[in-house]
Design a protein around this ligand. Structure first.
Ligand code: 9WN
Length: 450
């Protein structure tokens, strides 16, 4: 079923031609990474299904191939745990990746499914938003309602898990227990928390990194970070993935701006989906409002004019300013005056890679002395962050700024191809190549701009 109208290539507008070609190239990337039931982010580096990647990929498919958009999310939710946890990886057969199912050993939890095999942690909740987009783009109302009715209870279970297990103070802000749960693995956001975690040599489990065999090690997290990632997983494994036990012992517990912002919007979208299928939307609206208010009250940093994470173990704000700190715009968190301050800050933070082109938001400010333009979440430009910022700017009516970011990202994709991330100084594509969620998000941006 092909129902995305690619822009005509014979029109007098050059932009239309470029967009049509770019959309066709994005679709080719998704085709190549399609396994038959789900889409891998990148065949060599990530040969399984990732949670928030899939939601973004599905938003791209929603505009082009409805059936595939639905299958993508069905496959992801097949890995959902009985307690509602939506795992960050759903494993496919074969495919070398560390940590694989033998390392996670999620069979220790009575809540984990036996098939498909999964990881035992989560990723940012953008799924209700993706389902609502699929429903909005469905070719017929009956089909849309059937999919909404199928996914709504699963999404409710997912959000119930987050608010039940991750909101220890009961004020609407949820916490992450592992850098991988943020989706921003080696961001400077986690430096202080990880520095406090000092396992002895025999507490670090044996493992072999695969990522550095298939990608440039300079573009990946360090071994020191991986030791801590593996150590944290081993501790969760020792708790049999019981959320109550993990909550009590985890040395890593952070209330993250990006994660909570995505949750606000997803909760609103879940309210809408619920009403569509005749269920009660109000509990989800209330949660969205509580989380939004808590972000604004607790994570706002007036000194820097942006939002910052809070480290629950240290009992203090996280001392790092990152591109994801602009995510509350996406969720409609600040009032108009505070939004103006955030946009002012964003204008300084975003960069023009090509002097005559659009702007993009790096993961870390290019003015930070610690900027590393190639090492993953320590500087590079990530499409997801730019998609979030672009939507946020549109939401507040900053249409010129939104257009600049949208153009900046699509120009990078057109020039370099669909990479995992891009160098904020040169625009060079980095990390994994022909990357699926980059393609999915570019498709979504092109379609939204129509
Ligand atoms: C660990 C798949 C994922 C993304 C994350 C990104 C990276 C994994 C890794 O790749 O994380 O989950 O092995 O580095 O940081 O955002 O979902 O694309």
């Amino acid at each position: 079923m092909t129902n995305m109208a690619l822009r005509p290539t014979d029109s007098s507008s050059r932009v239309s031609t470029v967009d049509g070609e770019l959309a066709a190239r994005a679709i080719a990337v998704l085709e190549r990474n399609w396994l038959g039931h789900a889409t891998v982010p990148s065949p060599a580096l990530y040969p399984h299904q990732w949670s928030w990647d899939s939601a973004c990929i599905a938003m791209g498919y929603a505009r082009w191939n409805q059936e595939r958009a639905q299958r993508e999310l069905r496959s992801l939710f097949a890995g959902q745990w009985r307690n509602g946890l939506l795992p960050h990886i759903v494993f496919s057969d074969g495919g070398r990746y560390f940590p694989g199912p033998e390392f996670w050993q999620t069979g220790r939890s009575p809540d984990a499914p036996t098939a498909p095999e999964t990881s035992g942690i989560v990723q940012p909740p953008v799924h209700a938003t993706a389902v609502l987009e699929i429903v909005r783009h469905a070719p017929g109302r009956e089909d849309a309602l059937a999919f909404a009715a199928e996914l709504q209870p699963k999404l409710v279970a997912w959000h119930d898990y987050l608010y039940r297990e991750r909101d220890r103070l009961g004020d609407g802000l949820v916490e992450i227990w592992h850098p991988w749960e943020s989706g921003m693995d080696n961001s400077p956001l986690w430096d202080a928390a990880l520095a406090r975690i000092t396992p002895s040599a025999d507490e670090i489990p044996d493992y072999e990194r695969i990522d550095v065999q298939v990608a440039d090690p300079l573009e990946r997290p360090t071994n020191l970070e991986y030791d801590r990632y593996a150590f944290l997983v081993s501790r969760f494994r020792d708790c049999d993935y019981d959320p109550g036990r993990i909550r009590g012992m985890t040395p890593f517990a952070i209330r993250d701006v990006l994660f909570n912002s995505l949750l606000v919007q997803s909760s609103r979208d879940l309210a809408e989906l619920s009403r569509l299928v005749g269920a009660d939307g109000e509990p989800h609206e209330k949660r969205a409002a509580a989380t939004a208010a808590a972000i604004d009250a607790q994570l706002w940093d007036p000194e820097h004019g942006m939002y910052v994470d809070r480290d629950l173990r240290a009992g203090e704000p996280v001392d790092a300013l990152v591109g994801a700190g602009f995510a509350p715009l996406y969720a409609g968190v600040p009032d108009a005056e505070r939004a103006r301050l955030v946009v002012e800050r964003l204008n300084e933070f975003s960069v023009r890679v090509d002097p005559s082109g659009g702007k993009v938001v790096p993961s870390v400010s290019v003015d930070e002395p610690s900027l590393d333009p190639v090492r993953y979440w320590r500087g590079p430009v990530w499409p997801i962050v730019n998609w979030i910022v672009c939507r946020g700017l549109r939401r507040y009516g900053y249409l010129v700024e939104a257009e600049e970011i949208c153009t900046g990202l699509t120009e990078l994709a057109a020039r370099e191809g669909f990479w995992e991330h891009y160098n904020p100084l040169t625009g060079r594509g980095q990390g994994g190549e022909r990357f699926a969620w980059t393609a999915g998000l570019v498709l979504a941006l092109l379609a939204d701009a129509e």
